[in-house]
Design a binder for this molecule. Structure first.
Ligand code: TYM
Length: 367
């Protein structure tokens, strides 16, 4: 087994999600969360870990003020995995009619990626914002900010004063010799997480994220109740990672050739070729063997994409799983179904992205 690493800048190896829950001091999502009416991300335990999720839901259901915050570090065009926290944020905005804050850390990626220019960090930020808003967030209740143009500094300074360098080092393994921008950045993302409370006063905030982003939530929870802030500790809910096409733990844009990743801008032909050529299959080597012994959906990437993202209908998913396991459904058929699902999602997404372009101003957080 490869030694697993899960940090905000590197995810590799075979991840043991149960171990991460313990390491990060979180809790599994509870059986009461996994009810039939829950979003399929939660019901199917794609979101598997949380802190204070119950308190946030309770506040939302008793009509108290609640908000949601989640962000994106723009260094590249976005892929399917990046959408995961935003899809859940949008779901809860629809359900509870709450405000959603969407910070874009164009500064973070500028510091962290040696070859990313200032101009490109900005360019990707603007493109990524369109992808996020294409999900259908509500104008007037959705607030986007870019670190390099929104005045995040006053909030970051108030947070930075409460974080010692040794804490930042322990949480992130930061090395001062990298660059001092990167060393300061944890204060910025911690400020993002507390921003709804800086702006609207003390209330319950939920932070849906991939579990790699958890160190920032831990910092935000550590400082939230300091007497100079007097906030409520933000709640969080963590997702597992959508795997790469080849079956690595995380779909990631660090794949230089882009053949392991499905981008939101991919054409129908690109999706078809990528799934057919690269999506790891749990099927057997020959049709005869497959019919006889069946496939293994647990390791089949097309099935994982259906389960976590594209097949919301539980009955249909269960039938696909049973047919694939029994050998009635072939790998070719499973891949064709998945290609269709992804392409119909992307077609709508790409249309929405074009339409939202003229509306972006309505969503930018004013200051
Ligand atoms: P970033 O841009 O790397 O990723 C954005 C969000 O997507 C999640 N993610 C994935 N989730 C599931 N499967 C995948 N394959 C996958 N790849 C990425 C990430 O965990 C993340 O939640 N520093 C942040 C951006 C940020 C932020 C914030 C996040 C700035 N401020 C405040 C949360 C709260 C980043 O670089 O994410």
């Amino acid at each position: 087994m490869k030694n697993p690493i899960t940090t905000p800048w590197e995810v590799s190896g075979d991840i043991d999600y149960d171990k991460l829950i313990k390491e990060f001091g979180a809790e599994r999502v509870k059986p009461t969360h996994i009810n039939p009416k829950a979003h399929h991300f939660i019901k199917r335990e794609f979101y598997f870990s949380q802190r204070d999720f119950d308190s946030w839901v309770k506040a939302a259901e008793s009509k108290k003020k609640v908000s949601i915050l989640t962000g994106r570090g723009s260094s590249e065009k976005m892929h399917l995995g990046h959408l995961v926290p935003f899809v859940l944020a949008k779901h809860f905005q629809d359900k509870y009619k709450c405000n959603v804050y969407l910070p874009i850390s164009d500064d973070e990626k500028f510091y962290v990626k040696p070859n990313l220019s200032f101009e490109d960090a900005e360019k990707y930020a603007d493109d990524n914002i369109l992808d996020i808003l294409a999900l259908g967030f509500k104008p007037g209740k959705t607030f986007v900010l870019k670190d390099l143009s929104y005045p995040i500094y006053p909030s970051a300074a108030r947070v930075a004063k409460l974080i010692s360098y040794s804490t930042a080092k322990a949480v992130f393994g930061l090395k001062p010799e990298t660059n001092i921008g990167w060393s300061f950045y944890p204060a910025v993302q911690t400020a993002h997480i507390l921003l709804p409370q800086f702006i609207e006063g003390k209330h319950h905030t939920l932070v849906p994220i991939g579990i790699d982003q958890d160190p920032y939530v831990r910092l935000a929870r550590d400082v939230a109740q300091h007497s100079t802030l007097n906030f409520i500790k933000p709640a969080t809910i963590h997702s597992k990672f959508l795997p790469s096409l080849k079956g690595e733990a995380k779909m990631s844009s660090s794949d230089a050739e882009g053949v392991n990743v499905i981008y939101l801008s991919d054409s129908p032909t690109e999706v078809k070729n990528k799934i057919n050529k690269y999506a790891f299959s749990g099927g057997k080597d020959t049709l005869e063997e497959h019919r006889k012994h069946g496939g293994n959906p647990e390791i089949d990437i097309s099935f994982q994409y259906l389960k976590y993202l594209f097949e919301e209908d539980d009955k249909k998913l269960a039938k696909i799983e049973a047919d694939y396991k029994s050998g009635k459904m072939t790998t070719g058929e499973l891949k064709a179904y998945t290609i269709d699902k992804i392409n119909s999602f992307l077609k709508k997404h790409q249309e929405n992205k074009k339409k939202i372009k003229s509306q972006v101003g309505k969503f930018m957080l004013k200051f």
